[in-house]
Design a protein around this ligand. Structure first.
Ligand code: NAD
Length: 495
């Protein structure tokens, strides 16, 4: 394993010093004086070296049989299993999520590696009859080329694996630029790929800022695809750069997800769903339940139950077993969340939370009180914009029709949920909720790797991660005609 202090990039099968001397630190958001590692602040020169390595390795890797490529993923999955606890603890130290959730993040990386490895013996194409005699027709999947992977910090192992594993099994080579808040998690993941014996140049790691290293990757002419997860603003940058340099993009962006609670719902279950969905990962999930759209008949009872539970949540270091809600990622996010809360206080009724907690041991970290607003209007700023913190908004509605209108009345379309015991209402909601993911009687979070993941409208550009749909992102089609007639045959009936 690497030392936890000074790290390097990984290019062409070697740990590489960056060309410049600039570095940045990754710090524990629960104890900001704790530096978990020092990393290179890479430049365009370093990115170019990584792209050239990926280019050099591409032909050998794409001509390696897919079942052989998959073997590396099986090995990586085993290695991650072996190191699961160590990786989870490191994740909690680096980005703050509570340990049991960090274990889930690592588990998702294992699941995806195994799922993608299975594709090594599928990667199905189609065969189809030709319109001409003695002619055979088929289509095959082939890799796209050099993939630039740019990831956020909130799922520092699962999200990189969502992108790395399918890229590899499909025969692409990679330059991976992780979030600068979670470089250590990325380095550890890459280390395990090295231990699994992945050939040099197939997976390259570049640390650094989005503005410098990330931007150089987006604009590199030899990169064919950028697979990006992050904010809408940066997603738009990716799309602009892709237009200039003629790249494909797969964009997974923000969310403003909702739980609908109908008057026939199991209210305790709907409270469980809201607590987990709104405050899990301190609300820093793209699928966080940041709006609770509640039938007026039960809004009072539901609010009381939810408030009691929210007040019990214990804020603290995610490594402690007593902690329910960990810190947020860094002090600038803490400030941003607080700005939204100040707006919310003018727009709605603050029921609990509403402030930075810097008391006792929490003063060393970035802690925001779990926050609940009541009586929120659907068009309020806190009901429209992604806050990405431990805060949720109760929006009362008259009926299902209004609930669906409110649910769809935001610019995002990632995840939604409805709690109801009425099968007709459930199906009405499945049909009308305009989101990429819909849950019935379960929270807005909890995706499984063998199903498509992604959303509509500003949440992305139509791609889906995971599931069978991942293959569409990381492959192109090749159509093959084999004429065994021994003569020139022309299609479209031409003599
Ligand atoms: P971010 O957009 O700030 O950063 C994401 C990545 O982009 C980081 O690696 C960053 O270094 C890089 N980056 C930043 N500026 C760049 C630039 N100009 N050029 C190239 N790269 C650049 O997002 P974040 O704060 O890390 O993550 C939070 C966001 O991610 C939220 O909006 C959340 O909803 C979204 N997210 C979406 C999904 C999804 O699947 N839909 C999953 C997780 C997170």
């Amino acid at each position: 394993m690497l030392s936890t202090q000074t790290h390097k990039n990984y290019i062409d099968g070697k740990w590489a010093e960056p060309k410049g001397a600039k570095t940045f630190e990754s710090r524990n958001p629960a104890h900001q004086t704790e530096v978990v590692g020092v990393f290179p602040r890479s430049s365009a020169v370093d990115v170019d070296a990584a792209v050239q390595a990926a280019k050099k390795a591409f032909r050998g890797w794409r001509l390696t049989p897919a079942p052989v490529r998959a073997e590396f993923l099986y090995k990586v999955a085993e290695l991650i299993k072996t190191h699961k606890e160590e990786l989870a603890q490191l994740m909690t130290r680096e980005m703050g999520k509570v340990l049991k959730e960090a274990r889930g993040d690592v588990q998702e990386a294992i699941d995806l590696a195994l799922y993608a490895a299975g594709e090594g013996r599928r990667l199905f194409g189609q065969t189809t009859p030709s319109e001409l005699p003695k002619k055979f027709a088929m289509s095959l999947r082939m890799p796209v080329g050099i993939v630039g992977i740019v990831t956020p910090w909130n799922f520092p192992m699962a999200i990189p694996m969502w992108k790395i594993a399918p890229s590899l099994v499909c025969g692409n080579t990679i330059v991976f630029k992780p979030a600068s808040d979670t470089p250590l998690c990325a380095a550890k993941l890459v280390e395990l790929f090295i231990e699994a014996g992945l050939p040099a140049g197939v997976l390259n790691l570049i640390h650094g800022s989005g503005e410098e290293a990330g931007n150089a990757l987006l604009r590199h002419p030899d990169v064919q695809l950028i697979s990006f997860t992050g904010s809408v603003a940066v997603g738009q940058e990716v799309a602009r750069a892709a237009a200039d340099t003629k790249k494909r993009t797969a964009l997974e962006l923000g969310g403003k997800n909702c739980i609908l609670v109908m008057d026939d719902a199991d209210l305790d279950l709907a409270v469980d769903g809201a607590i987990w969905g709104a405050f899990g990962t301190s609300g820093q999930r793209c699928t966080a339940s940041s709006r609770l759209i509640v039938h007026k008949k039960i809004v009072k009872e539901y609010t009381e139950k939810l408030l009691a539970r929210a007040k019990e949540l214990r804020l603290g270091d995610g490594l402690l077993q007593t902690t329910d809600v960990g810190p947020v990622i860094n002090s600038s996010r803490l400030k941003k969340i607080d700005e939204y809360i100040q707006i919310g206080k003018k727009e709605a009724t603050l029921l609990t939370g509403g402030k930075i907690n810097a008391e006792g041991p929490l003063q060393e970290g970035c802690f925001y009180e779990p926050t609940l607003f009541g009586d929120v209007k659907p068009n309020a700023v806190i009901a429209q914009e992604e806050i990405f913190g431990p805060v949720t908004a109760i929006i009362p509605v008259e009926n299902l029709e209004e609930a669906l209108n409110v649910a769809n009345g935001v610019r995002y379309g990632l995840s939604s949920a409805i709690y109801t015991r009425d099968v007709n209402r459930a199906f009405h909601a499945i049909e009308d909720l305009y989101t990429g993911i819909v849950y019935i009687n379960s929270s807005t979070i909890g995706a499984e790797v063998h199903l498509p993941f992604g959303g509509t409208r500003d949440t992305g550009n139509g791609h889906r991660e995971a599931g069978q749909t991942m293959l569409d992102t990381y492959t192109e089609w090749k159509t093959v005609y084999i004429d065994y007639s021994g003569k020139l045959q022309k299609a479209q009936g031409i003599d």
